[in-house]
Write a protein that binds this ligand. Structure first.
Ligand SMILES: [Zn+2]
Length: 241
């Protein structure tokens, strides 16, 4: 059998082995768990930022409301004192002063209600903040521990993958460049790019080869192109030659 085709077959085996190992590396359970934890930690960070900005807004509102309440209470006290100490000039003025007193009392009541509500909301948010913090710290500790384990695994696996890739490069050096280029082109769509003829069919896509192609095989061709999937079809399995 044509040596180039045997070398191409060996190259493909090395290439597939390296690809498979790389896929397994990506699917490493530690790696997947780390990615999940990282996403979770990012989510917690965002939640934390939101809570912090909510709490800051609430604190600002509490300060403003407290100041307004103090001011309203002072005005009310002044007005009440004036009413107690001096006789109103007219009934109309007395009525207006009382109206104003009531308005101030209503305003104070409303502000106190709002303050109560904000303080309650603020407590709820602070509790959430604590929960997020505890949860994030737990996952972060888990993440850090796993990261150490994974980094060790990754280093080992990477060096093995490097050795596999080196073998691929070595195997490629025994195959004509244009054949490697063709292989890589097919690989972009179909993998593995080289198949074996099986019962007059392409071993890759399982389609029957056309009569004209079969004729060229009978004439001695050792490899043909599958018109259906584009693979290079070896007429015989180099391992069995
Ligand atoms: Zn095919």
């Amino acid at each position: 059998m044509d040596n180039e085709l045997i070398m191409l077959w060996k190259y493909q085996r090395a290439d597939m082995e390296a690809d498979l190992f790389e896929r397994e590396m990506r699917g490493n359970p530690s790696r997947l768990k780390l990615l999940k934890d990282r996403d979770f930690l990012l989510e917690q960070q965002n939640a934390m930022r939101k809570i912090e900005s909510d709490l800051a807004a609430m604190a600002e509102r509490i300060t403003a409301l407290t100041a307004d309440t103090v001011k309203a209470e002072e005005s009310l006290r002044d007005l009440q004192e004036t009413l107690e100490e001096t006789e109103p000039e007219s009934l109309d003025i007395a009525r207006k002063s009382l109206d104003y007193c009531q308005k101030l009392m209503h305003a104070i009541g409303r502000m106190e209600q709002e303050l109560q509500k904000i303080r309650k909301d603020s407590d709820v948010r602070a509790k959430q903040q604590h929960e997020v913090r505890v949860r994030a710290a737990r996952v972060k500790a888990e993440f850090d521990k796993l990261k150490v384990v994974y980094d060790g695994e990754y280093k080992e696996q990477s060096s093995y993958l490097d050795s596999l890739r080196k073998r691929v490069v070595q195997a490629a050096s025994a195959v004509p460049q244009e054949l490697i280029a063709k292989y890589k082109l097919i690989k972009m769509h179909k993998t593995p790019p080289v198949s074996i003829l099986t019962d007059d069919r392409c071993g890759g896509c399982n389609m029957n080869l056309p009569t004209v192609v079969m004729r060229s095989i009978r004439m001695g061709a050792e490899s043909v192109d599958c018109e259906n999937c584009g693979r290079i079809v070896l007429v015989r399995n180099p391992d069995e030659v």
